[in-house]
Design a protein. Structure first.
Length: 201
C-alpha cells in the first residue's frame, strides 16, 4: 500500500491497517489509458496513487528464492537491477507496453488503475510462485513540494525518486505490514517514483 499525504496531515487509520504487494485483492489491470503524469494536487486530495505502471515478475536473485531467504531470516530482495537493459533503475522511463529486453521470461510494463491505497499485485505474478517486480508512477507538480509517503509491504521494497535511491523498506511481520513513512521532496515539473518489491503467491 502506498498512501500520500500533505505534510502535516495525519494518515487515515484505514491506511495503517492495509497491506500491500501480494497481500490484498484490489487489482485493476488494463483499465482505460492512464493520464500520465497525474497532477500532485490530485494525488494528495485523493490520498493515494491511482495510475500505476507495473512490470514483472523477474526470477529472484537470492539463494533458493524468496521464501527460502525469509526462512533463513534474510532479505528477500537481492542486489540485481533487473532494469539494467533499459539503463537501470536510475535511468528507466516506464511506458505502457515497453518490454525489458534480454529476460528469460517476457516482462512488459503494464498500466494498472487502483481505486484504493491498498493494491494487490498478485495478478501480475500469474502462476509464478514468487518473484521480483516493479511499480512506478509519474507525478506533475507545479511547484517544489513535500509529501508524506506511507508504504506498507510485508516483504520490503526499494524506492527511487527521479532516478535517485530514496528509501529501502525492510521486510517485517505481516502484523506490522512492513510499514514505513517517509518524506518525499518532489521537484517542480515531472517526477517519477519507482518501487522494487518481492512477492509470493
Amino acid at each position: 500500500m502506498l498512501a500520500m499525504n500533505q505534510v502535516g496531515r495525519r494518515p487515515a487509520t484505514e491506511w495503517q491497517r492495509a497491506l500491500c504487494a501480494a497481500a490484498l485483492g484490489m487489482l485493476w489491470l488494463g483499465a482505460a489509458a492512464a493520464q500520465l503524469p497525474e497532477p500532485l494536487t490530485m494525488l494528495l486530495d485523493r490520498g493515494h496513487v491511482a495510475q500505476w505502471l507495473v512490470c514483472g515478475p523477474f526470477e529472484p536473485d537470492v539463494s533458493g528464492g524468496i521464501v527460502a531467504a525469509l526462512r533463513r531470516g534474510e532479505a528477500p530482495l537481492g542486489d540485481r537491477d533487473y532494469l539494467a537493459p533499459m539503463g537501470g533503475a536510475a535511468r528507466v522511463r516506464p511506458r505502457p507496453l515497453l518490454a525489458v529486453p534480454g529476460m528469460a521470461r517476457e516482462a512488459v510494463w503494464q498500466e494498472m488503475a487502483a481505486t484504493a491505497p491498498a493494491v494487490d499485485l498478485a495478478g501480475l505474478f500469474g502462476d509464478t510462485p514468487e518473484g521480483v517486480a516493479y511499480a512506478a508512477f509519474y507525478v506533475q507538480s507545479d511547484v517544489a513540494r513535500a509529501a508524506l509517503f506511507d508504504l506498507q509491504t510485508p516483504l520490503g521494497a526499494r524506492v527511487w525518486l527521479n532516478g535517485f535511491p530514496l528509501r529501502q523498506v525492510r521486510p517485517a511481520p505481516a502484523v506490522s505490514a512492513g510499514s514505513d513513512q517517509f518524506l518525499v521532496e518532489f521537484r517542480q515539473g515531472e517526477n517519477l517514483v519507482l518501487i522494487q518489491f518481492a512477492g509470493t503467491s
